[in-house]
Structures are given as C-alpha cells and as structure tokens.
Design a protein around this ligand. Structure first.
Ligand SMILES: [Zn+2]
Length: 86
C-alpha cells in the first residue's frame, strides 16, 4: 500500500502515510513508496547486468587464453611430428 488520503464521515481529508518520507514530513509530496520499490528493482537489474557483463568479459578472456594455448599445443605437436619424420 502507498501513502494515500482517506475521508472521514464528516468529509475531512486525512493523510495515511505508508512510508518514512510522508510520515516524517506529514506531506504526501515526500512520499517514497513507489520510488523505493522502483529504485530497488532498478538496483537489482543494474546489479544483474553488471555481473553479467563482468562474466561475459571473463568468458572472452578465457576464450582468448584457450585459443593461445591451443596454438602453443599445435606448435609443440608439429615440432614433435617433424622430429619423428626425419
Ligand atoms: Zn509513501
């Protein structure tokens, strides 16, 4: 539930605070109900994307490393093969 107004039987407008922003200030303009949720969602998404791109970078690095070692292995095997032929 978010901060909202309700009306008494006499028609008096009453503020119902649901977050600290409104509760401390007594003013719905300081409401953070929606933005807190949105900020948290955004935080999770940003964090997820950050970790994902970090892992992508690690994978790229490891692929380069594997390619390098495969070339080294191929060179060694070719040298050994040439020695056997002679
Ligand atoms: Zn609020």
């Amino acid at each position: 539930m978010r901060c909202h107004y309700t009306y008494t039987e006499e028609g008096e407008k009453v503020l119902i605070p649901c977050c600290a922003g409104t509760a401390f200030n007594g003013d719905i303009r300081y409401c953070t109900c929606h933005s807190e949720i949105k900020a948290y969602d955004r935080f999770e998404k940003d964090e997820f994307n950050r970790i994902l791109s970090e892992k992508d970078a690690q994978i790229r690095e490891l692929k380069h490393e594997v390619a390098y070692y495969n070339r080294q292995l191929k060179k060694v095997l070719e040298k050994r093969l040439k020695r056997k032929i002679r």
